[in-house]
Design a protein around this ligand. Structure first.
Ligand code: PNS
Length: 159
């Protein structure tokens, strides 16, 4: 069974993330969305447990996808879960530079781990969690940026 990990901060999960997860779910037997927490003080908008809940809401209709929380090295998580692939989305050259570097760090930590980079679809190139957080802060409509269940949940004021 080919298992892939889609890692990220997911603060919060966006439509851009969901597109990459959906594409990974079509390529691999099983996809684990790994909501990572920062080892240092976490300065996210949403606490890690909330990010996980929102990620779970976003993927609830995808039968071969599940989301989990992980604090630590991504390579350790992948190894522990029997995953041989890391899937990341790439929007631009800066993303590529960062992902290229991380891919080889992860390869060094776990040589069996292959990183698969998927080009972001053009409609999501300008999407980011940073932008989504701005929209939330300024009370803008969230449906354009976030999975509908997530937008609805945050819109309820429970974000
Ligand atoms: O959504 P983000 O913030 O771009 O995700 C970055 C993330 C969480 C995937 C990356 O920082 C990461 O893998 N962190 C876990 C710590 C780790 O394994 N570091 C070594 C590889 S760089």
């Amino acid at each position: 069974m080919k298992i892939a990990v889609c890692p990220g901060s997911f603060d919060p999960i966006t439509l851009g993330h969901l597109d990459i997860i959906r594409r990974a779910a079509a390529l691999f037997d099983r996809v684990l969305v790994c909501v990572m927490t920062n080892g240092e003080k976490d300065r996210g908008m949403f606490p890690p447990q909330r990010r996980l809940e929102l990620a779970r809401l976003a993927v609830r209709e995808m039968p071969n996808v599940e989301a989990e929380l992980w604090q630590g090295l991504l390579a350790d998580y992948a190894r522990q879960r029997g995953a041989a692939f890391l899937v990341k989305g790439v929007r631009c050259g800066t993303d590529f530079d960062n992902e290229y570097q991380m891919a080889w760090i992860n390869q060094g930590l776990a040589p069996e781990l292959e990183t698969v980079l998927l080009p972001a679809r053009p409609e999501f190139i300008y999407f980011s969690s940073t932008m989504a957080r701005e929209m939330i802060r300024y009370g803008q409509k969230l449906e354009r940026y976030l999975p509908s269940a997530v937008a609805e949940e945050i819109g309820k004021g429970k974000g």
